[in-house]
Structure formats: structure tokens, C-alpha cells
Design a protein around this ligand. Structure first.
Ligand SMILES: [Mn+2]
Length: 303
């Protein structure tokens, strides 16, 4: 297995500073050293930053649109190139608007019709510019990837849908806006909601997730993990915390069942904001542990 780490230092999509330091926080707190025992080849491509020379026009519905669109285009190229060169790309965020670029890059390199995207996140990030309560693009990532909303939003990284709605799967969502609920229902998108996890238990829901993934007509998975899926008591360093989240072991269990499909080709871990973490950098260390486990589960499937 060849792992390629890409830092995506984006914070303009979330309306809160600091999350752009997430990738370097993971490196500083020992990500590379932690991954050494896997005996895999690791390439660190460094960071992608916003182009400060780009001017953003005032736009309350799509804040910082121009810079984010440019950033996502460059990230998409990087991720696509990484796949094409035979790497497993691991993108470190950064706010979740970077997913517009990473999903697009995965779609380009892996054939979008054959790609399942799994979103493990407290939020569903599927607002359009018309349903978003904030205008922050990190809440619109999947609307863009599915080609929804105004073409201004959906045409970032190329016109139209990058993946199909039936190949999007949410796990542990628990904070869904009203407009999003309608979009999810109208498009019959699979949501394994936090309430279902509580009602059915982790083991049963894990088996349902596994069956669902095995029944999809896709052979590849891009896995997107937002650290805010973890309860904010356990992961305080994130910008949009939502109470009553899952714990680390539950997340690892979900990673385990997804890995059992042997379809994971790339992944990202986003929304670690070291500037609002506790003094022990709990959230960064947690993110490193999650990545370490993910790599341990996917390396046997990739040479
Ligand atoms: Mn989130």
C-alpha cells in the first residue's frame, strides 16, 4: 500500500478561523511516527492553501465562493493525480467544504458512476445556497457533488453531478436542517441516523450498513469522516459541535464494517480545529488514533 497524505488548509467554508491548522496539528502531534509501524510507503504532499490573490465578491449565500472554488479545483487535481499514481489518498482538513474538491477528484479518477461516498458526520452538508441558514459552503458540499442547487454551486470542479444520489451514504447524522431533510427525502438518500444507532444498537446497525454497501452497484468507496461525529465532550476541538454524538469505539466499529467491503480507495478526516481544542490536544490525538485504525484496516486490501 502506498499512502499519500494531503493537507487541505481551508477555513473559509465554515465561518470560523483555526481549522486551517488541522493538518499541521496532526503532523506536529505525531501522525507520521504513529503510522510507521504499518510498514507502508507514505508520501506527504504537504499542504494546499487558499490563493490570497483571489478576490471574493460579497455573497451572503455562498461566502468566500471564489477562493473556495479555486481551492477545491486544485485539491481535486491533487486527489485525482494521487489515485492515478496508485496511491491511497488521505486528505487532512480543513473545513468540510474541501470535500467538494476531494469527491470531485475521486470521481474523476475512479469513475463517478462506480463511486460510493460515505459521510460520517454529525451534519449532512447537503444544503443548497437557497436552503442554507448560514451561507457557509461547508454545509453545501454534497449538494455541490450531486449537482444540486444553483449552477454556481454545482459547477465547482466541473459542471453537474460527480456522484449519484443512490451512492451516497450517511452514518451517525444527528443535526439535519429542514431544507436538507426535504432534499434527502426527495432523492431517497440513505441515512443511518444517530437515532437509529441508539434505537437498534451499534452491532445491528453495523450489519445493516454492511449489507447496504454490499448491495450498492459500486466497487469503490471514498470515506469522509468529520471529527464532529464524535461527541463534543470527547472531541472538543471542532467548529460546529453537536451534543449526543458517538464515541471512538463506535466510530472504529463503523470503519471496520466499511473496510470489510474491501472497497475503500481513499479517505479524509476533517474539521479538527486545534485553536479551540483542550490543552492536551485531545481532538488531534483522537484524529490520529482514528487514522491509525483506518490504515490498519485498509492496508491489507491494498498493495
Ligand atoms: Mn460536520
Amino acid at each position: 500500500m502506498k499512502l499519500n497524505i494531503v493537507g487541505a488548509c481551508q477555513a473559509l467554508g465554515c465561518g470560523r478561523d483555526g481549522v486551517q491548522y488541522g493538518p499541521d496539528s496532526l503532523r506536529k502531534n505525531g501522525l507520521m511516527e504513529k503510522l510507521k509501524h504499518h510498514n507502508i510507503s507514505i508520501t506527504d504532499s504537504g499542504n494546499i492553501y487558499n490563493d490570497e490573490s483571489i478576490v471574493c465578491l460579497p455573497n451572503k449565500k455562498l461566502k468566500n465562493y471564489e477562493k473556495i472554488a479555486d481551492f477545491c479545483n486544485r485539491l481535486a487535481d491533487k486527489v485525482s493525480q494521487s489515485f492515478s499514481e496508485g496511491y491511497f489518498p488521505l486528505v487532512l482538513g480543513g473545513d468540510h467544504s474541501l470535500g467538494i474538491g476531494s469527491v470531485c477528484g475521486a470521481s474523476k479518477a475512479l469513475n463517478g458512476d462506480d463511486l460510493c461516498v460515505i459521510w460520517i458526520d454529525a451534519h449532512t452538508d447537503i444544503n443548497t445556497q437557497d436552503t442554507s441558514p448560514t451561507g457557509n459552503i461547508h454545509g453545501m458540499t454534497l449538494a455541490s457533488a450531486l449537482g444540486f442547487g444553483d449552477e454556481y454551486l454545482s459547477s465547482i470542479c466541473g459542471v453537474g453531478a460527480k456522484i449519484k444520489a443512490q451512492n451516497l451514504v450517511y452514518i451517525a447524522s444527528r443535526d439535519i436542517d429542514e431544507g436538507e431533510t426535504k432534499i434527502l427525502r426527495d432523492n431517497d438518500i440513505a441515512v443511518f441516523h444517530m437515532n437509529d444507532i441508539v434505537a437498534e444498537g451499534v452491532d445491528k446497525i453495523s450489519e445493516r450498513i454492511y449489507s447496504h454497501l454490499m448491495n450498492l452497484a459500486t466497487s469503490k468507496i471514498y470515506l469522509s469522516i468529520d471529527i464532529d461525529v464524535i461527541d463534543p465532550i470527547l472531541a472538543p476541538g471542532t467548529g460546529v459541535p453537536v451534543p449526543n454524538g458517538i464515541d471512538k469505539n463506535t466510530l472504529l466499529k463503523f470503519i471496520d464494517v466499511i473496510a470489510r467491503t474491501k472497497k475503500i480507495k481513499g479517505a479524509e478526516l476533517v474539521e479538527v480545529n486545534p485553536t479551540i481544542d483542550d490543552k492536551n490536544n485531545t481532538t488531534s490525538y483522537l484524529a490520529i488514533d482514528i487514522i491509525d485504525y483506518l490504515i490498519s484496516r485498509v492496508k491489507e486490501n491494498l498493495n
